[in-house]
Design a binder for this molecule. Structure first.
Ligand code: PMP
Length: 381
């Protein structure tokens, strides 16, 4: 038994899950995580769509070390020139359409969401916010106000007023975005709902409706950004450009970092755009762009989907690039106990979704290779 399990982990570290994985990770390299006992796990989650270049990539580790040796925190965000921050903002803006031409750095996905909701209210002078059923945008008060799960929110009411939920991917519901709406906040692919993907026609209609009504389109690419869906940004699949783009998770290359497009906000943050996070993020983004990693996401995603469909109890796979929900007929109890823990014991690291209790999350680092797929096949069959 792990020495920290009851004397430490369950005693001093406040948790979020009533049934955590309870394994210790001592080191992580490339596609693999290792326990102190030497057991290895093939990583099919990437820290929930974070570690797109795998773990301990030497170029990212080196960039972090170099930045740490120069300086860490020196001043609250926005006051002084910090090379890693400026270079990251420049490289990011170079990958984006001209209308998304500046970046406001924050610490997390939730903070990016908070910033976007505030920005939308200030820019439009309106208060109403439209969001989607089964949406997940984070757990701070504003982000939770636009969470598409009433039971999750119940203990924290009242949240933000004038919020309105519509069904994701349903054209007729877009009529509920009106000239009273400050913004429509929506995930490019619904992640925690269990990888729900809307059609290109839907996205075109979303853009049109926002243009007609003057509502801002806030696109949450916190889980889909940085190559995961087979394009650097998921909105490229849909031929639309959002008004406000939200990034976090993979953006930091393994360190905490969030970003939103923002010309002039009204948000203040001490640690946003931390120079060490920006150094890691810059190295990570360069590796993704130079290696065109989104192409591997598409290619290996298709192979992985085929493999998952061969499992006897799988009824469906919903996938875009390397973001995948493997759908079983079972419900959550058996999923957590029998699938995730059984796969863990075989050496496969997977996870579940917040709002879809019968599917496994499969979203490995984008560097996954044919050898890794062979290793997975051997463990599964
Ligand atoms: N938006 C989406 C789509 C997410 O998946 C998440 C995190 N799972 C968030 C926002 C919140 O990000 P964070 O946990 O960094 O606050």
């Amino acid at each position: 038994m792990n020495k920290y399990l009851f004397d430490g982990f369950h005693k001093y570290v406040a948790g979020t899950s009533d049934d955590p994985m309870n394994i210790e990770i001592e080191k992580a390299v490339g596609m693999h995580l290792y326990s102190p006992e030497g057991k290895s796990y093939l990583d099919l989650i990437a820290g929930i769509s974070v570690c797109n270049m795998g773990h301990s990539h030497p170029v990212i580790v080196d960039a972090v070390k170099k930045q740490v040796e120069k300086y860490m925190h020196v001043m609250a965000y926005g006051e002084i020139i910090q090379e890693s921050q400026v270079e990251l903002a420049r490289l990011l803006c170079q990958q984006l359409p001209p209308s998304l031409s500046s970046v406001f750095f924050v610490n997390s996905g939730s903070e990016a969401v908070e910033g976007a909701l505030k920005l939308a209210k200030r820019a439009t002078g309106r208060h109403e916010i439209v969001y989607c059923d089964k949406a997940y945008h984070g757990c701070t008060h504003g982000a939770m106000s636009v969470m598409g799960c009433e039971s999750f929110k119940a203990a924290f009411q009242p949240l933000l007023p004038e919020t309105k939920a519509i069904r994701f991917g349903v054209m007729e519901d877009l009529e509920q975005i009106t000239s009273k709406t400050a913004c429509f906040i929506v995930e490019a692919v619904q992640g925690e709902a269990g990888v729900r993907i809307a059609s290109k026609e839907y996205w075109q209609a979303v853009r049109k409706r926002c243009d007609e009504t003057g509502a801002l389109l806030v696109l949450d690419e916190i889980q889909t950004g940085l190559g995961r869906t087979g394009k650097l940004f998921c909105f490229e699949h849909y031929d639309i450009v959002p008004d406000i783009l939200l990034l976090a998770k993979a953006l930091g290359g393994g360190l905490p970092l969030g970003a939103l497009h923002d010309p002039a906000l009204g948000h203040i943050t001490t640690f946003g755009g931390h120079p060490v996070s920006c150094a890691a993020a810059l190295a990570h983004l360069k590796l993704i762009v130079e290696g065109r990693l989104w192409e591997n996401a598409d290619e290996k995603g298709a192979e992985l989907e085929k493999m998952m469909l061969q499992l006897p109890d799988v009824v469906e796979v919903r996938r875009i690039g390397l973001l995948m929900a493997v759908q079983f007929a079972d419900s959550v109890t058996s999923l957590k106990t029998f699938k995730i823990k059984k796969w863990l014991s075989k050496g496969i690291f997977t996870d579940w979704f917040l709002f879809c209790d019968s599917a496994l999350r499969v979203a490995p680092p984008l560097i996954i290779s044919d050898e890794d797929l062979d290793e997975l096949r051997n463990m599964l069959f």
